[in-house]
Write a protein that binds this ligand. Structure first.
Ligand SMILES: Nc1nc2c(ncn2[C@@H]2O[C@H](COP(=O)(O)OP(=O)(O)OP(=O)(O)O)[C@@H](O)[C@H]2O)c(=O)[nH]1
Length: 311
């Protein structure tokens, strides 16, 4: 691999027992042609998951000093640094998080400039257990965040699930996260192509906001033909993400900026915000479209938050 090319990273999230290690093994089996490194994060001194990685890999790093999403003395950053000092760099890195990890915080670490220069987070993959995902969404805030922040959602353990129930769960997950590619499977059997990045599910128009999801998680669509002041937009989004950290899980969409022909891609998970140029509007009218995902979000609140940044 070229020395300066960022190392592709696959981040696996999902509640305890959903099937993350099972999926990881399946992905590794399909990646035998590559030099793969795995980072396992687990609570407790003994990292059982590391011993359950059965596929052939170069190295597995076991992080057992608490959850990597919240430890201040961050082991993950340390290991990412150590990997760069290896004689031969990996072609791919897989990170399996703990079942209660705050996915947004980990995703945010990959936007730190020094990390971003050497690693590219290509896909955040959330595994959910079809047998209990609805209960978990109700009980555990982090599960809602994991689903909201994912690029790919794997509905696992579907063997005994009647097809209509599977379709209903997929629809439910789609309503929570309209950006994700969602697929149903059993025993983590997913073609690796399904977890590789793709633009296919970045919707021009977001999910129907009238469709209500249970579990208090909803999406709010914001659309405006008025352009934004870029600095002000960054200011209001960062401020409100900090204030509503337990309520606002994700933002994604395109915005128009005053006196600028380019459209900008806005992405936010947890405490990280990225706004980057994404080409010209070309034939489409420059209408800003942002989708907010979170807990009991109200359209009027989102309008009020964004209003000061509109020009
Ligand atoms: N019935 C059934 N069991 C499954 C399926 N996928 C995984 N399992 C089993 O579910 C259990 C948990 O799977 P893991 O892959 O270890 O789940 P995990 O998310 O890594 O679990 P933690 O590390 O504890 O968070 C294991 O016993 C798996 O063999 C499936 O599709 N159906």
């Amino acid at each position: 691999m070229q020395k300066n090319k960022p190392i592709p990273v696959y981040l696996l999230t999902g509640f305890l027992g959903a099937g993350k290690t099972t999926l990881l093994n399946s992905l590794l089996q399909q990646s035998q042609a590559y030099r793969n490194i795995v980072i396992e994060n687990e609570f407790g001194k003994v990292n059982i998951d590391a011993s359950l990685v059965t596929a052939q890999i170069e190295n597995v790093y076991e992080l057992t000093n608490g959850c990597i999403c919240c430890s201040l003395d961050n082991e993950l950053l340390e290991v990412l640094g150590n990997i760069l000092r290896l004689k031969e760099l990996p072609d791919q890195l897989f990170i399996e998080t703990t079942g209660i990890a705050d996915a947004g915080n980990i995703i945010g670490m990959f936007s730190i400039p020094d990390v971003k220069a050497r690693y590219q987070l290509v896909s955040t993959i959330c595994v959910v257990d079809a047998e209990n995902v609805e209960t978990r969404l109700e009980q555990v805030t982090e599960v809602g965040k994991q689903v909201s922040c994912a690029d790919v959602i794997i509905l696992n353990k579907t063997t005994d699930l009647p097809v209509p129930e599977q379709v209903r769960l997929q629809q439910l997950l789609e309503n929570i996260n309209p950006f994700a590619y969602i697929t149903a499977t059993a025993d983590g059997q997913v073609p690796i192509g399904d977890v590789r990045p793709s633009e296919r599910r970045m919707p021009a128009v977001a999910a129907d906001p009238a469709v209500k999801t249970p579990h208090k998680i909803n999406t709010v669509l914001f659309e405006s033909p008025r352009p934004f002041d870029l600095q002000m937009l960054v200011f209001v989004l960062e401020m409100h993400f900090n204030v509503y950290t337990d309520q606002l899980y994700r933002i994604k969409g395109y915005v128009a900026v005053k006196d600028d022909p380019e459209k900008y891609l806005v992405q936010s998970t947890g405490n990280y915000l990225s706004i980057v140029p994404a080409g010209n509007w070309e034939d489409t009218p420059p209408v800003s479209t942002l989708v907010f995902i979170g807990k009991e979000l109200k359209s009027a609140t989102i309008q009020r938050i964004l209003q000061p940044a509109l020009r």
